[in-house]
Design a protein. Structure first.
Length: 333
């Protein structure tokens, strides 16, 4: 008997891969557009599990983008290209998350691209620093390092971590209803060597940040969620006595709380690690209820790991947080 809250599936098979998040899905024919009735089951599975793994989906770039579009409006790399970056792909909706330079050569250890991409190695959600945050991400393996060299993608369950918050922490969050300010420069600096020539003089405050409530309702499931990420630079609280109506939480106290919450969510019991087994594997996650990171590995500078991502804009009522609506993107120098 399925668990009481387990949706029933007629078209797909769903096998949980962790205690609270993550499931492997089979039975989807990716050689043609995914029919609505199948797609609806995929949506209900991701609402419950937050992370879905599709083994050997074998999508090409075009079908990857087409499948992503079924989830909603897609983010694209046009602003980065306008700023002078190249994209190896024919589709502006594909984000290059590989360890390859634009010309296809391996990113050298301690190069600029290496330092900037290390932000992915700490737990985060995609695009919380942009005016409109990401909903779903669809990551596909186009080339993988040989087995034994790491390179998993790890996930952490921010809904169950929220449910199980220690009561003192929970009441502190309820009392203040904090807003978190997210900066991609903050997470990049956090993950790179402190003396990185490309990051040491960058001041995150010189760039706009994305502002979102820490405690949220994940609309699709109706469950509470802790919207935290390695991008969290500082916290703010509403204060009528201050110009603008927002007061920044004092740095030491804010940082302590951010780190305490991240450590809480990153506990082993809320985590799963997804191994990329074959080229063609596809992993889809909901950034509004799980964090993720590129797991450790020994392939850097030695083996290709060609990962391509479609990013779906969030379409829930919390998509823009407290941000002004604009199509600006952060992360450009
Ligand atoms: C991403 C990301 C992790 C990985 O694509 O957003 O963080 O394992 N990727 O490559
Ligand atoms: Mn990411």
């Amino acid at each position: 008997m399925p668990h009481a809250t387990e949706p029933t599936y007629k078209h797909i098979s769903v096998t949980p891969i962790g205690p609270t998040i993550g499931a492997e899905v089979s039975g989807v024919d990716f050689s043609k557009p995914v029919p609505d009735e199948v797609f609806r089951e995929i949506l209900s599975a991701i609402t419950k599990y937050g992370v879905l793994v599709f083994r050997h989906a074998a999508l090409d770039d075009r079908r990857h983008v087409a499948f992503a579009r079924q989830f909603g409006e897609l983010d694209d790399v046009k602003p980065y290209i306008a700023a002078g970056r190249k994209n190896r792909f024919d589709f502006d909706e594909l984000f290059d998350v590989s360890n390859l330079e634009d010309d296809g050569s391996l990113v050298a250890v301690d190069s600029k691209r290496d330092h900037l991409s290390r932000g992915n190695s700490i737990f985060h959600v995609d695009s919380s620093f942009n005016p409109r945050r990401a909903g779903f991400s669809l990551l596909r393996a186009a080339a993988l390092p040989p087995p034994g060299h790491g390179g998993n993608t790890d996930f952490a369950d921010t809904r169950t971590a929220y449910d199980e918050l220690p009561s003192a922490l929970r009441s502190q969050l309820q009392r203040h209803d904090y807003v978190g300010a997210h900066s991609i420069w903050h997470s990049r600096k956090k993950a790179a060597p402190p003396d990185s020539p490309w990051l040491k003089d960058v001041e995150p405050r010189d760039f706009p940040m994305g502002r979102h409530r820490l405690c949220q309702v994940h609309e699709a499931s109706g469950r509470g969620n802790l919207y935290v990420a390695g991008h969290l630079h500082h916290l703010e609280v509403e204060d009528e006595g201050v110009e603008g109506g927002w007061r920044e939480v004092e740095a030491e106290e804010g940082t302590r709380l951010i780190e305490e919450l991240l450590a809480w969510v990153e506990q082993e019991r809320y985590r799963i690690s997804v191994e990329w087994k074959e080229v063609g594997d596809l992993v889809v996650w909901d950034n509004t209820c799980v964090m993720h990171r590129a797991g450790p590995g020994t392939f850097a500078g030695k083996y290709m790991r060609d990962m391509r991502r479609c990013t779906v804009h969030d379409s829930s009522s919390l998509a823009w947080g407290l941000n002004e609506k604009s199509d600006k993107r952060m992360g450009l120098p």
